[in-house]
Structure formats: structure tokens, C-alpha cells
Design a protein around this ligand. Structure first.
Ligand code: GRF
Length: 195
């Protein structure tokens, strides 16, 4: 299955997905990295791996529908079947949601529905919860509101700060995300065989 990964930042989840593919534990191909920040580290990681990149600057387009139409064109050109949001810091609009409904997944660093939106790790620390975690979910028009696919919990230790908690969360993300994508792809294959 051909997947497009969307990222805005470091791209450590993008790299974890690419590594899982190289190691044979994820039966997919990254057809494209879509990035809304031309200076993002994720782009370097894609270049190192010779994965095609579509980098764009949203502010150079009049509206979200305009830049999403450009993205859609690239996704169609490379025949992407799944959109994997790995730290993509924008809401997906109907231009992409409609054609890819049920095939867009996001990873979020909390146990949703707790702490949606920005800085979920900071929110968990300032609220004082003892357990937080990671959620992989389908994307709908809301902010981190789509149907939950899988979750894993992380205990917050007394001595944790933002950096140590983020490290613990990312360690889980890098295992959970490729595994969940693989499960989705396999489930779809089984459906295809049945029908
Ligand atoms: C991850 O923690 C993810 O949960 C959140 O954004 C972060 C992206 O990190 N949505 P990276 O760019 O994959 O390193």
C-alpha cells in the first residue's frame, strides 16, 4: 500500500515509519512526504531516504482549499492510498477529507479525549495527571476528535519534566504508529479478499 506522510516538524515518526518499512515489519511504501514548513527537519530525513517531498507554504495560497487542491493533485499523481499525519500541525479540510475518508490517521501525544490540540504533553504535566499516553485515531473535521484506533499509556513519574515525558511518549509513538498502520493495511487486505 502506498502511503503519504504529512509532517511539520522533526519527523521522528516519519523516520520510524520509514525504518519499519525497511525492516519489513510494515508492508507499505512511502510515496510522498507532504510538509507545510520548507525548513522542517522532516524534509532532510526524506531527502536522505530519497523519498519524494511536496513542501509548500500555506501563506502563499489564498485559502486552505487552494493548497489542499495542490496536495490532492500530488497525492493522485503518486497514487497514495493512506494519509498518515505524523506531527502535521494543521486541520485537514474537506478537499482532502472527502476523497480519503477512513484512510487518514493521526498520532496524538495523549490519551484522547483528554488533552486534544496543541501541547498535549504540557497540558498533562500542568493538570497533574499520573498517566498519559499516545493515541492513534482516524481524522475527521475536528481537532483530534476522530474515532480512536489504538492507545498506549505512559505513567508520569514524580521527576518527569517536559523533556523526559516527551522522550517516553516518543518511544511509544515510534513503535505504536507503524504497528497500527500495518494492522489497518492488513485489515483492509482481508476485506478485499472477502469481497
Ligand atoms: C508527535 O509527538 C506527535 O504525537 C505529535 O507531533 C509530534 C511529532 O513529532 N502529533 P515528530 O515530528 O514525528 O518527531
Amino acid at each position: 500500500q502506498r502511503v503519504a506522510v504529512f509532517a511539520s516538524g522533526t519527523g521522528s515518526n516519519f523516520a520510524a515509519i520509514a525504518d519499519a518499512i525497511d525492516q519489513g515489519s510494515l508492508d507499505a511504501e512511502i510515496a510522498l512526504l507532504v510538509c507545510d514548513k520548507p525548513e522542517a527537519k522532516a524534509i532532510e530525513k526524506a531527502n536522505e531516504r530519497q523519498i519524494p517531498v511536496f513542501a509548500f507554504q500555506p501563506r502563499t495560497y489564498p485559502t486552505k482549499a487552494d493548497y489542499e487542491r495542490d496536495i490532492l493533485q500530488k497525492l493522485n499523481d503518486c497514487k497514495a492510498e493512506w494519509l498518515i499525519l505524523a506531527g502535521y500541525m494543521r486541520l485537514i479540510g474537506s478537499t482532502l477529507l472527502d476523497p480519503f475518508e477512513g484512510h487518514i490517521v493521526n498520532i496524538h501525544p495523549s490519551l484522547l479525549p483528554a488533552f486534544p490540540g496543541k501541547d498535549a504533553i504540557g497540558q498533562a504535566l500542568s493538570t497533574g495527571v499520573r498517566v498519559t499516553g499516545v493515541t492513534v485515531h482516524f481524522v475527521d473535521e475536528g481537532m483530534d476528535t476522530g474515532k480512536i484506533i489504538d492507545q498506549e499509556a505512559v505513567r508520569i513519574r514524580e521527576e518527569d519534566d517536559r523533556y523526559s515525558l516527551q522522550a517516553a511518549i516518543q518511544e511509544i509513538e515510534h513503535r505504536l504508529f507503524p504497528r497500527t498502520i500495518q494492522a489497518l493495511i492488513q485489515a483492509e487486505k482481508r476485506e478485499e479478499i472477502k469481497s
